[in-house]
Ligand binder design. Sequence first.
Ligand SMILES: [Zn+2]
Length: 314
Amino acid sequence: MKSMLPSRQTLIAVGIVLLLTLIISDQAEAKKLSVVCTTSDLAALVREVGGDRVGVESIAKGYQDPHFVEAKPSFLLMLRRADLVVTVGLQLEIGWLPPLLTQCGNPKIQPGAAGYLEASQFAEILDIPTGPVSRAAGDVHPLGNPHYWLDPANGRRMAKGISERLGQLDSVNASYFAERFKDFDQRLATAEQRWDTSMKPYRGRKVVTYHNSVPNFARRFGLNVIGYVEPRPGIPPSPRHTIELINLMKRENCRIIMVEPYFDLKTPNAVARDTGAKLVEYLPSVGGEKGVDDYIKLFDYNIDLLTKAFAAAR
Ligand SMILES: [Zn+2]
């Protein structure tokens, strides 16, 4: 009895081949580390050193205030399958990350585990309080200022620390991650020369910022932050503080107000009108605007905005 149908043996062989293909591709997929970052800046650095050998997701988007992120079920799913979580630390994410980590049920990424990496350990941290601190003084960041990623020297150290941890978790690709870091390091050094040249004429310029988000940036590029639109970190503007700020800016001839995209512009606009200062809506994070999609482009964008504003505000 001859049939045109494939024999039983052929069917079994095809089945085995299919199964093997699935297993092998699944293993290749499993080898690619899955990294979840709390912010888009960390994700950008992971992308620099991880290349196509890691999968990267970020919880906070670049246009969001990283102090306040609404916890979503999708974040739990992301964390559940993560091999590594990278955080800013210094309590920036204290309002939303701890419950997500507890509830995701992934022991690999709990604080203290190899899959948990706080990037602040690699960075130079400013504003570390010397005396006792209390929440009454506002959202003070009692461990020091967590907005440290806006100094390229810190970005470099963070990228190096991330590449080393990726290499520990995936030793097969360790030299790939190290090479990627070297390449990033060189591109960053070239960009820094460009930024230094652009900012040089404006060293010593006085600025006001909304939140205390740019101490590392200001120190790196020689800007002098003389005040904040917030009366205290995390506390909304008050009429009394706004009047004091206006007087201070007039006295000090401060012509620039730097505002993050997630703050209300009402008070900064009023201060700008009263003092003749220019409002600079800078980006604290990668992804804050379309096209600003990597760490180097973030500085390119901000430095372009600032140098134009300084040049116009003579
Ligand atoms: Zn803050």
